[in-house]
Design a protein around this ligand. Structure first.
Ligand code: SAH
Length: 410
């Protein structure tokens, strides 16, 4: 059983910030199997066999299976429809791991940001964005990211490791455990990491999200966002469900893209757009607007050409200032002119409101802030103990920070 001790509550203007301290997580080890790492079909097969070996009534397998994703429990102890002895046995064989909420921030606009602590100490982020009857959860697929896009806070911390299927789908599970009424209606893979560089785990997680015996979220309400990893795109295109694809384009020419996204060297714009043709459903282009960099009339016309050819919707994202303090967001009036220009050229363009501006809601920012505070605390206690040369904490943003010129943006 995991317990949280409430240790602090800070006021950030209108937003609130809660800190929790981890006090334990269930044991995982030899002789145990994490059913939450399996697709619903595989987990069902394991449970059916397990129930049969024990000569239990076969309906028990279904009861147990429901407790993984459909009506999740924090631990088997809570599955009171099962006999006590069986719950104990399940706990020993199939422990249900948790993601531990390290920090939860609530923005004045309703956006909520979570920093989850993983078993090995890594930290990942999710953001819940309510909008009318919709609750979109933005989830992470990797701890850190290898891509180093110039405007992105996660890119600066570098790559830490891939997430497991449980750590991806567990972000939704934790939100549902905290309040079943808040079950997300939409999922976007727009948190930390590049989902198509972690395809096997993302593949399994997509099944958990979409399967009726998983979360049962419609495929059209699940969007995978990528810079355009070609092998991953080819795998994703093979899935028969109608999952959505978003491509982080951010620049209308290969040259401009290369100066903000090093991945352009490996998978160039033309090849990415060609690979996108394999998707039957309408795709989205994401376009972060950076002043004086990708927001001219000529950029709009070139982008319109690409979007028309691909039949893509353009999602215009105002640059979240926390991700790249040295870059300037395009002013809203200019964003308006730019999007109008796209529409006049026959392209559907939506300007996304910046949400959670008061809570570090851009990808990677919360982890950077929390790790910095931890380091500061450690440094203070290190100095007190006469220790010098404090090591960098995992994910230290400053370790990887380069100047705008070094990253090709001036
Ligand atoms: N690696 C994937 C998914 C993670 S990032 C991808 O690149 O698509 C999700 C989206 O947030 C991407 O479009 C990314 O470019 C955007 N993003 C990152 N930092 C941002 C910032 N500071 N402001 C606005 N959008 C940002």
């Amino acid at each position: 059983m995991v317990e949280f001790s409430f240790s602090a509550r800070l006021a950030f203007g209108e937003s609130r910030c809660y800190f929790f301290r981890m006090s334990g997580s269930p044991p995982t080890g030899a002789g145990t199997l994490n059913l939450l790492d399996l697709t619903p079909a595989s987990a069902r097969a394991v449970l059916v066999d397990w129930v049969a070996e024990r000569e239990l009534p076969s309906y028990r397998a279904g009861q147990m299976h429901r407790r993984l994703w459909q009506a999740p429990v924090e631990s088997w102890e809570q599955a009171t429809e099962l006999p006590t002895a069986l719950r104990t046995e399940l706990g020993a064989r199939f422990p249900l791991p948790r993601l531990i909420p390290d920090t939860v921030q609530q923005s004045s606009d309703g956006t909520r940001k979570y920093l989850w602590r993983l078993e090995d100490g890594e930290a990942i982020e999710s953001v819940l964005i309510p909008s009318g009857s919709r609750r979109t959860l933005c989830i992470s697929s990797q701890a850190g990211c290898a891509l180093r896009c110039s405007f992105c806070a996660t890119g600066r911390m570098g790559f830490r490791r891939n997430l497991t299927p449980f750590e991806i789908a567990g972000q939704i599970r934790e939100v549902v455990l905290a309040d079943p009424e808040e079950k997300p209606s939409n999922i976007v893979f727009m948190g930390m990491g590049e989902p198509l560089l972690n395809w096997p785990a993302v593949d399994a997680a997509l099944s958990i999200l979409n399967h009726p015996e998983g979360f049962g979220i419609g495929a059209r309400h699940i969007t995978v966002s990528t810079v355009g990893i070609l092998p991953g795109m080819a795998e994703f295109a093979k899935r028969p469900e109608q999952f959505r694809l978003a491509i982080s384009l951010h620049a209308p020419t290969s040259e401009q893209r290369l100066s903000m996204m090093p991945v352009e060297k490996k998978y160039d714009l033309a090849s990415v757009l060609k690979a996108a043709e394999a998707f039957r459903k309408r795709i989205t282009f994401e376009y972060v607007m950076i002043e004086g960099f990708n927001d001219s009339d000529a950029d709009a016309s070139q982008l319109a050409k690409l979007a028309r050819r691909a039949g893509a919707l353009v999602n215009i994202l105002p640059l979240h200032p926390g991700g790249a303090p040295e870059l300037t967001p395009t002013p809203l009036s200019r964003i308006g002119t730019f999007s109008e220009r796209l529409r006049n050229q026959g392209v559907e363009a939506v300007v996304r409101r910046s949400r959670g501006l008061d809570i570090n809601a851009a990808c990677g920012q919360l982890r950077v802030e929390v790790e910095k505070k931890r380091r500061e605390r450690k440094n203070v206690s290190g100095e007190r103990n006469g220790v010098s040369g404090e090591g960098k904490a995992p994910g230290d943003a400053s370790t990887h920070t380069s100047s705008p010129a070094q990253r090709g943006i001036v």
